[in-house]
Ligand binder design. Structure first.
Ligand code: PLP
Length: 402
């Protein structure tokens, strides 16, 4: 066996993202006693809610550590329906509880795609969509919107139609709403127009709604239309990771979809994970079963406003509006071709991300991870001091470009 054959051709092609390289730069700065302003990680801070912690602790104390149903505990599946307000539309046979939303996405690709089937993503797909689709032997394709930047990279029904006509093997269109990384929010009309196109073409519409509670300015989450026509084609993925504090590591997510697709996913899970850990499922049920505390959303909205105030007029950057999620999306193409104090010319968003760390300790996620060179994503789920200090440092670094 040759060295390069030790790992399968499929996984051997996966590249670690820039995040790892940036981690080394961060570590070097910390070792040198220099400040670091971290906007990289997409995770809320703060304390786990006591009732969630207690539900997990109680599960261990009560010995709830035996195998559960491979599709998730029935009471947790019921809690998911109620959390999404879907108890009148669906039953527990339409829900699968998974180890995070990632596994729900992977389950979906595995359940419905044959080798080489096409899965369509929007124009700035979240980092793991592609690897997950490829690992399921599907072919990921980005739908590029004709309106492009004018519509903040939102896909229209015409864009989707054009792609479906070109690709008869398209099986699924994945929409992430609110969108990570661009922080945009499709309206209910926009979502339903895309859903209609999918239904007409008998293509699944996979809605990743992981940030659905974090919508600002009093705007409600745009729910997809549910009726006899749409139900067979609509699969929704959600989870515990973003809408609560400190819950990403509990690794609980879920999908809601047609009974046949759900049964295929449960069958699959029965052969590999046998369902997520029972104590964390019970902790998740406590989180989603309680009345939702809007404190997190209020706090994140204030942080959004703070970041946008502190970053106003940032040289060489256009900052997109953030109607939802906890990301600020920066167009940094105006920095391309400019020279750093170390006489390096910036040519890509990886260059800009690296420069911001080296020069100011400002950690961002480069758009290259989202197939969009020219952009940076900043998570503002971070302390106010980080936002103030980070924006000051970023402004100073950008001002030093010539
Ligand atoms: N979908 C989107 C858009 C995400 O941002 C993430 C995580 O960052 C996931 C899915 C995966 O979520 P989980 O941590 O629940 O697996």
């Amino acid at each position: 066996m040759l060295d390069h054959e030790r790992i399968s051709a499929k996984l051997g092609k996966f590249r670690p993202s820039l995040t790892l390289a940036l981690k080394h730069l961060v570590a070097a700065r910390v070792a040198a006693g220099l400040p670091v302003h971290d906007f990289g990680l997409g995770e809320t801070k703060g304390d786990l809610a006591p009732h969630v912690r207690e539900a997990g602790e109680h599960a261990f104390r009560a010995g709830k550590t035996m195998y559960g149903d491979p599709g998730g505990l029935p009471e947790v599946r019921q809690a998911v329906l109620e959390w999404l307000g879907l108890q009148a539309e669906y039953g527990v046979d339409n829900v699968v509880v998974t180890a995070g939303a990632k596994q729900s996405l992977f389950n979906t690709f595995l359940a419905i795609c044959n080798p080489a089937d096409v899965v369509l993503f929007d124009a700035a797909p979240w980092v793991s969509y592609q690897p997950l689709a490829v690992a399921a032997y599907a072919t990921p394709i980005m739908v590029l919107p004709t309106a492009g930047l004018a519509n903040h990279l939102k896909v229209t029904p015409d864009d989707l139609l054009r792609n479906l006509r070109m690709r008869p093997h398209a099986k699924l269109f994945l929409l992430n709403n609110p969108v990570n990384p661009t922080a945009q929010l499709y309206t209910a009309d926009e979502v339903n127009a895309l859903l209609d196109v999918c239904v007409e073409h008998r293509v699944y519409f996979l809605l990743d709604r992981l940030y659905w509670r974090i919508v600002f300015d009093g705007v409600p989450f745009p729910e997809p239309r549910l009726d006899e026509r749409t139900r067979p084609w609509l699969i929704q993925v959600d989870g515990l990771s973003k809408n609560f504090r400190r819950t990403g590591g509990l690794r609980v997510g879920w999908s809601i979809g047609p009974t046949d697709v759900t049964a295929a996913m449960v069958n699959l899970q029965s052969h590999y994970t046998a369902g997520p850990a029972v104590p964390t499922q019970l902790a998740a049920a406590a989180a989603i079963g309680a009345e939702y505390d809007p404190e997190l959303v209020r706090d994140l909205q204030a942080k959004r406003d703070l970041l946008h105030r502190e970053a106003a007029g940032m040289p060489h950057v256009t900052i997109w509006p953030t109607p939802a999620s906890f990301y600020s999306f920066w167009d940094v193409r105006q920095a391309f071709g400019r020279t750093t104090p170390a006489s390096e010319v910036l040519r890509t968003s990886d260059d800009v991300a690296t420069y911001l760390i080296r020069e100011g300790g400002v950690v961002t996620a480069s758009g290259s991870g989202f197939m969009q060179d020219g952009y940076l994503r900043l998570s503002f789920a971070t302390p106010d001091e980080t936002i103030r200090g980070g924006m000051r440092a970023a402004r100073e670094a950008m001002a030093r470009l010539t």
